[in-house]
Write a protein that binds this ligand. Structure first.
Ligand code: GDP
Ligand code: MN
Length: 387
C-alpha cells in the first residue's frame, strides 16, 4: 500500500528524521491563508499523488512570490498529474503540500527495500540524488548493502556507507542516526520500500528529507491500524478498486489487450508474449491457481468494463483448476455483455476438450489456440483487423 509524501513525512518525523516545515491544502478556500504562513523567501508547491516523477511533470513548483504560489496551487489542485509513473490516465491531485524552501547544497539518494534474492533488506545510497537518479549514467553511482534482518542495521554498515559516499567526518553522525532510524521505520511498519530522494545537505549544513516515498506490505496491514487509515482509494483506478473488491490480483497497464490468466508467472509470460507479438497489455490479471467460475466471471467483467480494452486474451493452465469451470465463468460473463471484442482463448490441461466444446456451443466468435505465442500473435492480429 502506497501512501502520500505528506503522510510519509509525518512518519519520518515520528522517527526523528528532519523534514521541511509544511502545510497541506485540500480546498481552494485555504490557499492564500496557508501560503501566507510560509516564512521562507520561496515556497515549494507539491502535488500529492501516488507516483514519482512529479518534478519533471510540473507537479513540483518553486514559487518565488505569494502570487506565483497561489497560481501554482490553483492549477494543480483538482487536476490530474501525468508522470512517467502514472500511466496515460494520470492521478488526481486532491491535496497539495506547501513547504518552506530549503537551500540545497547537495542531493543524495537513500532507500531501503526488500531484496528477495539475498533475503535481506537492501540499503541503496547514491551521491547522485534528485530527479535524474533513474538515468543510465547514474546506475554505477548507486551503492548497495544487504542488511540481514537477523542482525539489524549496525554502526559498522552505516560507517561504511559514510566512507563509500566520501562524506566529511562532521556529516557522519547525522547519516548514522538517519540510517538507523529509517531502518527501524522500515521494519516496525512492515515496509516494502522507503525511498528518500533527495536526502539533502542544506547550505546551512543540515540534513533534511525533501521527498519521501513509502510502500507497505498489504499482507501485514492487519497489525498496523494506523497505516490502514492512510490509504487513499482515489489514487487507484476503477479497475484496480473493482479487482481488490473481488479479491483478484490486478495491475492496470497502458495497453489495449486485456489479459486474464491463472498464476502470476504465467501472467508475466503472457504479457511478455503480447509485447513480443507487437501488442501492449492493458493489465496484469491473475485469477489465481484456484480460480472459480465466479472469479473468472468477475475478472472478465473488469476487462470488459475498461474502455481501453480492444481485445481479450484468456490464458489458463488447468492444473488444480478445471478448464470446464473456467469456461463456465467465461460464458457467465459474456452472456450479459453486449460489447463485441475479439477474444482469443488458450486452455490447457484438465478437462480442456469439454471446456472448448462448451465455449464453441455458446459462441462461434472466439478463437482457440494451443499455445501462448500463437495466442498472443492472434489477438494482436484480430485487433488490427478491426482497425
Ligand atoms: P519527485 O520528482 O516526484 O521525486 O518530487 P521531489 O519531491 O523529489 O521534487 C523534485 C525536485 O524538486 C527535487 O529533486 C529537488 O531538486 C526540488 N525541490 C524539492 N523541494 C525543494 C526545496 O525546498 N527547495 C529547492 N530549491 N528545491 C526543491
Ligand atoms: Mn523525489
Amino acid at each position: 500500500m502506497l501512501i502520500h509524501e505528506y503522510q510519509a513525512k509525518q512518519k519520518l518525523q515520528e522517527y526523528n528524521i528532519p523534514v521541511p516545515k509544511s502545510h497541506l491544502i485540500t480546498r481552494d478556500e485555504e490557499i492564500i491563508h496557508v501560503l501566507r504562513k510560509i516564512e521562507t523567501p520561496v515556497a515549494v508547491i507539491k502535488a500529492q499523488v501516488h507516483a514519482g516523477g512529479r518534478g519533471k511533470a510540473g507537479g513540483v513548483v518553486v514559487a518565488e512570490s505569494l502570487l506565483d504560489g497561489i497560481t501554482a496551487v490553483r492549477r494543480l489542485l483538482g487536476s490530474k498529474l501525468v508522470t512517467n509513473q502514472t500511466g496515460a490516465e494520470g492521478k488526481p491531485i486532491n491535496a497539495v503540500l506547501v513547504e518552506e524552501g530549503v537551500n540545497i547544497d547537495q542531493e543524495f539518494y537513500l532507500a531501503f527495500t526488500i531484496n528477495r534474492s539475498s533475503q535481506c533488506i537492501s540499503l541503496l545510497v547514491s551521491t547522485a540524488g534528485g530527479m535524474n537518479i533513474e538515468s543510465k549514467e547514474h546506475a554505477s553511482s548507486i551503492h548497495q548493502y544487504d542488511v540481514d534482518p537477523q542482525i539489524g542495521m549496525r554502526d559498522f554498515v552505516a560507517i561504511r556507507v559514510c566512507q563509500d559516499l566520501m562524506l566529511p567526518r562532521q556529516d557522519w553522525p547525522a547519516w548514522i542516526s538517519t540510517l538507523q532510524n529509517l531502518y527501524r521505520c522500515f521494519t516496525e511498519n512492515d515496509a516494502l520500500l522507503i525511498e528518500i530522494n533527495p536526502f539533502i545537505r542544506s547550505k546551512e549544513g543540515k540534513w533534511i528529507a525533501l521527498d519521501a516515498k513509502m510502500d507497505f506490505d498489504d499482507n501485514a496491514l492487519f497489525r498496523h491500524e494506523d497505516l490502514i487509515m492512510l490509504a487513499d482509494d482515489r489514487q487507484q483506478t476503477e479497475s484496480e478498486l473493482l479487482a481488490a473488491h473481488y479479491d483478484l490480483s490486478y495491475v492496470s497497464l497502458d495497453g489495449t489487450i486485456g489479459c486474464l490468466v491463472n498464476g502470476a508467472g504465467l501472467a508475466m509470460a503472457t504479457m511478455d508474449a503480447i509485447k513480443e507479438a507487437g501488442g501492449e497489455p492493458a493489465n496484469f490479471l491473475d485469477v489465481g491457481g484456484s480460480a472459480t467460475t465466479i472469479s473468472v466471471a468477475n475478472g472478465l467483467d473488469i476487462l470488459y468494463h475498461d474502455s481501453r480494452v480492444e481485445g481479450v486474451f484468456i490464458n489458463v493452465f488447468g492444473g488444480i483448476v478445471r478448464c470446464d469451470i473456467v469456461a463456465e465463468g467465461i460464458i457467465r460473463a459474456l452472456q450479459k455483455q453486449n460489447k463485441d471484442l475479439p477474444i482469443v482463448i488458450r486452455l490447457e490441461g484438465n478437462m480442456k476438450e469439454e471446456a472448448i466444446e462448451a465455449l464453441k456451443a455458446f459462441s462461434s466468435n472466439m478463437d482457440f489456440v494451443d499455445d501462448l505465442d500463437s495466442g498472443a500473435m492472434l489477438i494482436v492480429q484480430r485487433i488490427n483487423e478491426r482497425k
